[in-house]
Design a protein around this ligand. Structure first.
Ligand SMILES: Nc1ncnc2c1ncn2[C@@H]1O[C@H](COP(=O)(O)OP(=O)(O)OP(=O)(O)O)[C@@H](O)[C@H]1O
Ligand SMILES: [Mg+2]
Length: 262
């Protein structure tokens, strides 16, 4: 059986600076399969977030997509077609993704309504999504507003909303950066479980090589808007070929007082 796959092909993002057009993301190719974690790593400003945003056509003002195709099972799709239905997203700061005056129930219902899911199925779907996201006590969680929840609970709720969509792919842009270490670990464990139990294909943006080692199957390394190296996670740690990859691995190892292999 072949896994469902999402291909990003020669994706470009540009901006205008000092009267000139500047490439922020340049001919990026990525392939993500259901049931795997692809880590997108690179220094701050290398273009990781813009790559995700461009693939889903949600680029910030002042930038635009130039060229590139995103294909699901070989069929080109627009960001609007992909968002929510095929690709769900979770972000660094989950609080900013929630409407402060609406309850978790209202957020879940909005997602289901937008997808046109039959109302008779709502309660069952919500209960199973919350439970799979580690929020077992749905009746306690659903009446809460964002301000009544911790960052970790909100990130779990973001994941529950992603599961609710039934999308086979998840883009996770620095999903644990704003959380304390214990909660970071719990969220990473959760993503790892969902990869297997729900067969999710996860594009995980991070600059934490510890997270990469813990979770990724494959890694793509970005530098100055380009992918400079892609490979299985062990190859990147033990046989990094590009200087940008070596820098990331060496910085990670030196954090633990370890010497790089080469
Ligand atoms: N709205 C914008 N207008 C113009 N330039 C932008 C805009 N957003 C980002 N950039 C520039 O594009 C480049 C890539 O930004 P991006 O946010 O994708 O980096 P990143 O790899 O996600 O970094 P980080 O690890 O800090 O999140 C940076 O040089 C950034 O300054
Ligand atoms: Mg970013």
């Amino acid at each position: 059986m072949t896994a469902l796959r999402l291909d990003v092909i020669r994706l470009g993002v540009r901006t205008r600076r000092a009267g000139e057009t500047l490439a922020l993301v340049d001919a990026v190719d990525l392939t993500l399969q259901a049931g795997e974690v692809l880590a997108l790593v690179g220094a701050s400003g290398s273009g990781k977030s813009l790559t995700c945003a461009a693939a889903l056509d949600v680029l910030p003002p002042g930038t635009w997509r130039e060229g590139g195709t995103v294909a699901l099972e070989g069929v080109a799709r627009t960001g609007a077609e992909l968002r929510g239905r095929h690709v769900a997203t979770i972000l660094q700061n989950p609080r900013s993704a929630f409407n402060p005056v609406r309850t978790m129930r209202a957020h879940a219902e909005e997602t289901l309504r937008a997808l046109g899911v039959d109302r008779a199925r709502w309660d069952g779907l919500v209960a199973s999504a919350l439970s799979d996201a580690g929020l077992a006590d749905a009746e306690r969680i659903l009446p809460l507003h964002p301000f009544e929840m911790s960052g970790g609970m909100l990130q779990r709720m973001m994941i529950a909303l992603a599961l609710l969509t039934g999308a086979p792919f998840l883009f996770a842009d620095e999903p644990t950066t704003d959380l304390d270490l214990v909660v970071q670990r719990e969220i990473l464990d959760l993503l790892d479980r969902l990869k297997t139990s729900r067969g999710l294909g996860i594009l995980l943006v991070t600059h934490d090589m510890g997270v990469v080692a813990r979770l990724a199957d494959r890694v793509a390394v970005m530098e100055a808007g380009r992918i400079v190296e892609t490979g299985p996670v062990m190859d990147l740690f033990y046989r990094p070929s590009h200087p940008a990859t070596r820098r990331l691995v060496h910085a990670h190892l030196s954090l633990y007082g370890l010497e790089p292999a080469s």
